[in-house]
Design a protein around this ligand. Structure first.
Ligand SMILES: CC(C)(COP(=O)(O)OP(=O)(O)OC[C@H]1O[C@@H](n2cnc3c(N)ncnc32)[C@H](O)[C@@H]1OP(=O)(O)O)[C@@H](O)C(=O)NCCC(=O)NCCS
Length: 370
């Protein structure tokens, strides 16, 4: 293995700037790891997107480290010299005891200590920022069968493969498995009459007290405070397994900042929400993130029904409303991907009823770094 050194990434002015090769190299490493884990780049971020994300640090401070082969200073500005990448996120307002770390090493450069060096550099920054809990994720293309080659999380729901590189690495670095999430894919377009039938039966169960509103960002001013409340509830009401993470408060400013970030990333944020007519408030919402660089793949993002409105099939109502709209607006869409905690039986039930099929998932890990 060629000698390598670590560098802390500074945010380049653009993707053409002289120092941008480090960012472009980091993204290439992440793509190589994605291809290795998933066989495609549906879930990967583009260079453009990573740069846009790095420009937005009001709610998440972001630090990046790269492992570079060749001379420690200077040397050719060649993205291919980057063999490892670490992205550390430090929440600014809430959960300030925590930090999240994602590490990728080129498959051909693994088992040479690069991942460990990136981990140690990120932990030093997290500790200096007063963080005591570090979380990380590992990807898997399929869930293993129960047996000696699998590990269950503290929740007891789902399994990860104990022989995967990321799992071995997480265990070697003192992380414990606190949750398993399922990645599911829905092949679209769906049969319009099936979708209309699901929507009509959900509307019948919900009754006349609820009506659907839809928007692409920006969220209309009249709903922005309530969307912030729904986003806050996402952080408390979606199952968090054994992860030591607490309420993450949103307000209208954060909704607007997130919309700006998504726009710069090239993501459309398409929302369907259920209005509770008697009170004129939002009771439920479901959102897609639609990348501009692919017509085929869509992210099914947050879905939430406020606790006081549950049990009326509003989850199915808002999801089917958004799917019906997508079928009209983006007929080229072929796959919708979504993530759910394995213990989230209600959300998984809706997704399975719509035809989402299991397509892998993640292990969610946590370590104390005091
Ligand atoms: C996880 C990952 C970042 C590790 O990078 P790496 O540079 O190979 O890691 P290191 O060489 O520092 O490995 C450190 C230790 O982790 C463990 N480990 C890592 N990969 C392993 C494997 N395939 N089999 C057994 N142990 C492994 C070992 O204890 C290893 O120490 P050793 O080589 O002295 O036995 C890399 O495999 C990767 O990019 N995987 C995909 C992304 C991912 O899962 N990231 C999340 C990490 S929590």
């Amino acid at each position: 293995m060629t000698p390598w050194t670590l560098r802390r990434l500074t945010v380049p002015a653009s993707l053409d700037a002289p120092d941008s090769w480090l960012l472009r190299g980091a993204v290439a490493v992440e793509h190589a790891a994605h291809r290795d884990a998933w066989g495609n780049l549906d879930l990967a971020r583009t260079e453009h997107e990573v740069l846009a994300i790095l420009r937005h640090q009001r709610y998440l401070r972001r630090e990046r480290f790269v492992a570079v082969t060749g001379p420690a200073t200077d040397g050719a500005p060649d993205p291919a010299r980057v063999v490892g990448s670490a992205a550390l996120s430090l929440p600014v307002d809430n959960n300030t005891h925590s930090a999240h770390l994602e590490i990728s090493v080129r498959p051909g450069a693994r088992r040479h200590g690069i991942g460990s060096a990136l981990h140690d550099a990120a932990v030093a920054v997290a500790r200096a920022a007063g963080r005591t809990t570090l979380t990380t994720s590992t990807d898997q293309r399929s869930e293993p069968a129960p047996g000696p080659a699998s590990i269950a999380p503290s929740t007891g729901s789902g399994l990860v493969r104990s022989t995967d590189d990321g799992v071995r690495f997480a265990l070697a670095h003192g992380f414990s498995l606190e949750q398993v999430t399922r990645f599911s894919v829905l092949d679209v377009p769906l049969d319009p009459s099936f979708l209309a039938g699901q929507h009509a039966s959900a509307q019948a169960a919900a009754g006349n007290a609820y009506r659907i509103v839809t928007w692409d960002d920006p969220c209309p001013d009249e709903w922005v405070d309530q969307l912030a409340e729904l986003e806050t509830r996402m952080s408390t009401d979606a199952p968090g397994g054994g992860l030591d993470l607490h309420e993450d408060r949103w307000d209208a400013d954060r909704v607007r900042a997130t919309e700006a970030e998504l726009r710069e990333r090239g993501m459309r944020h398409s929302v369907a929400a259920a209005v509770h007519v008697p009170t004129g408030t939002l009771a439920a919402f479901s959102a897609f993130k639609r990348p501009a660089w692919t017509d085929e793949f869509v992210h099914q993002h947050d879905t939430l029904v406020l606790a006081e409105h549950r049990g009326r099939r509003l989850g199915m109502l808002v999801k089917t409303a958004n799917l019906q709209r997508l079928a009209v607006e983006q007929p080229g869409a072929r796959r919708i991907g979504t993530w759910n905690a394995e213990e989230n039986a209600h959300m998984l039930g809706i997704n399975v009823a719509l035809g989402f099929r299991p397509a892998g998932g993640s292990g969610e890990w946590q370590a104390r770094i005091v």
